[in-house]
Design a binder for this molecule. Structure first.
Ligand code: NAD
Length: 472
């Protein structure tokens, strides 16, 4: 594919809400790959653009915090039928913006189902109500009678987003490698049946970010390669995972939600304080944080097989995130202060000197070994490919671009998740920005090389039990 190919013409206005790490990363790709003029793009964000990037692209910028009370009045003058609301903010309710877009007939895309500010940390509501499971169920309830209408894609970044496409491509690759003679799956149930036939019991979204800067984290500072606010907020939600049908050790601190699809459970502790063993091909084995993410729930839900309403197959699905080293130190510090966020926050960009984001999905249980499929993008490659980006932001922007193009080409698909949209077209559009897109087998298991000490807390008969992954 030519690097500057135009994927779609867009006649309306693109209203971007939020202009932080992701908004800035997305702007160059928007103009490079959509037939669109600067006058067709408006940005609305709580904080002003100190970077000058919006000005560089000639885009109108309005400084305004959206709230439950004002969002309709602020956005309506900018949005009409067939426009596109691109929500790249934190603390603005995705569902509220989806409702507005539905009423106005505008397209919608976000990269996370966000609630209004402070729901994540509201101690007066239950952990279940603070979960991504609950936020997703609210979106599923909203869309129940809206399966055809203006397209609204929720959670379409890298993960969530590309992760769902990676899983499908990984399943196809494994089927080909195992000489399985299959038709390409059409329905969710067909994908689930393929995963079952490949023996997949557990799927990790296995990410190791090795980006590092010449300016290291200072005491009292939170450093990350994307939103500090977003990361800390999701890290304080209860840890959540899609719960597989093969699991036979119920975690002592786990609970079911008691409503909705029942594909996922939550733990009675924040994800930022929950660690799991995982593996990526370049890093090898590592400890990652089991931070809640939309894809842990949607992939598990979509890969569920039922017979007579009983679940007969579902893989365990969760995130195993090793953020950049300075973010790990930042998390350690903030945990020690009882989660009181440091006074200073920094999203690294120009100061990064080396490293990559190794982001993929790890499918476990197949006879050929574990299979990791995903993107290895270095900071150097990211800088060559697009301005105003790091390896992390470009992987996300690539997923957003793929989703936007799919929405523009399929404008009446209703409210959908990454698991519902054309994974091949999304991957094709994202691929030039993903560095090396590779599939690698390994012989890793969470029991490999483990000390026999504490072996009573392992299940040696089935390495793919959650009890073996969890670091206790
Ligand atoms: P950021 O913190 O860098 O920027 C957030 C932006 O939102 C800022 O411009 C801020 O001014 C704006 N904002 C905050 N409150 C607002 C309000 N009330 N009204 C209007 N604007 C408001 O965050 P980011 O790294 O750009 O992340 C943005 C979103 O993308 C988050 O939801 C994050 O979780 C998500 N994300 C998703 C992925 C993925 O792969 N799916 C990856 C990274 C980030």
């Amino acid at each position: 594919m030519k690097p500057d190919i135009k994927h779609a013409a867009f006649q309306g206005t693109v209203v971007m809400v939020g202009f932080g790490c992701m908004g800035q990363a997305m702007l160059p790709l928007l103009f490079r790959h959509l037939e669109i003029q600067p006058g067709q793009v408006k940005i609305i964000s709580r904080s002003e653009d100190k970077t000058g990037i919006a000005r560089e692209f000639g885009v109108e910028f309005k400084v305004q915090a959206l709230t439950e009370g004002n969002h309709e009045a602020v956005l309506e003058p900018f949005l009409k039928e067939n426009d596109f609301l691109l929500n790249l903010s934190v603390d603005v309710s995705s569902l509220a913006l989806m409702r507005l877009c539905w009423r106005l007939g505008a397209l919608y895309l976000d990269t996370c189902i966000e609630p209004w500010a402070e729901r994540y940390t509201d101690a007066s509501i239950s952990p279940s109500q603070r979960s991504n499971y609950a936020l997703r169920e609210e979106v599923l309830a909203f869309r129940r009678d809206k399966r055809a209408g203006p397209t609204a894609i929720v959670t379409q970044g890298a993960n969530p987003g590309l992760a769902s496409a990676f899983v499908k491509q990984a399943l196809l690759n494994m089927a080909a490698d195992g000489n399985l003679n299959i038709e390409k799956p059409a329905q969710h149930e067909d994908w689930a049946a393929l995963a079952l036939s490949l023996g997949i019991k557990t799927i990790h979204i296995a990410e190791r970010d090795t980006q590092i800067a010449n300016l290291r984290k200072k005491r009292g500072e939170f450093v990350n390669t994307w939103s500090v606010d977003g990361f800390v907020a999701e890290g304080l939600q209860p840890s959540e995972l899609g719960w597989g049908s093969h699991e036979r050790h119920w975690p002592a601190d786990a609970a079911r939600h008691g409503f909705g699809c029942d594909a996922a459970i939550y733990l009675g502790r924040p994800g930022a304080a929950t660690r799991v063993r995982s593996w990526t091909p370049l890093e090898g084995s590592y400890h990652g944080f089991l931070i809640t993410h939309g894809e842990s729930i949607s992939i598990a839900d979509h890969l569920t097989l039922r017979e007579n309403a009983e679940v007969v197959y579902r893989p365990t699905v969760h995130y195993a995130y090793h953020p950049c080293d300075d973010a790990v130190l930042s998390l350690h510090e903030v945990a020690g202060k009882n989660w009181q966020l440091q006074r200073n926050k920094r999203i690294m960009r120009e100061e990064i000197t080396q490293g990559m984001d190794e982001l993929g999905v790890l499918l476990m249980g197949n006879d050929n070994g574990v299979y990791w499929y995903g993107s290895r993008l270095t900071i150097g490659q990211a800088r060559q490919l697009a301005p105003h980006n790091t390896a992390t932001s470009l992987q996300v922007a690539a997923g957003v671009l793929g989703g936007m193009v799919w929405a523009i080409r399929n404008p009446r698909a209703g409210a959908v998740e990454p698991d519902d949209i054309g994974f091949e077209i999304v991957l094709e559009i994202a691929k030039p920005y993903l560095g090396e897109l590779v599939g690698v087998y390994g012989d890793w298991t969470p029991l490999l090389g483990r000390s026999p000490l504490f072996s009573e807390y392992m299940d040696k008969d089935d390495p793919w039990q959650f009890i073996n992954f969890r670091v206790t």
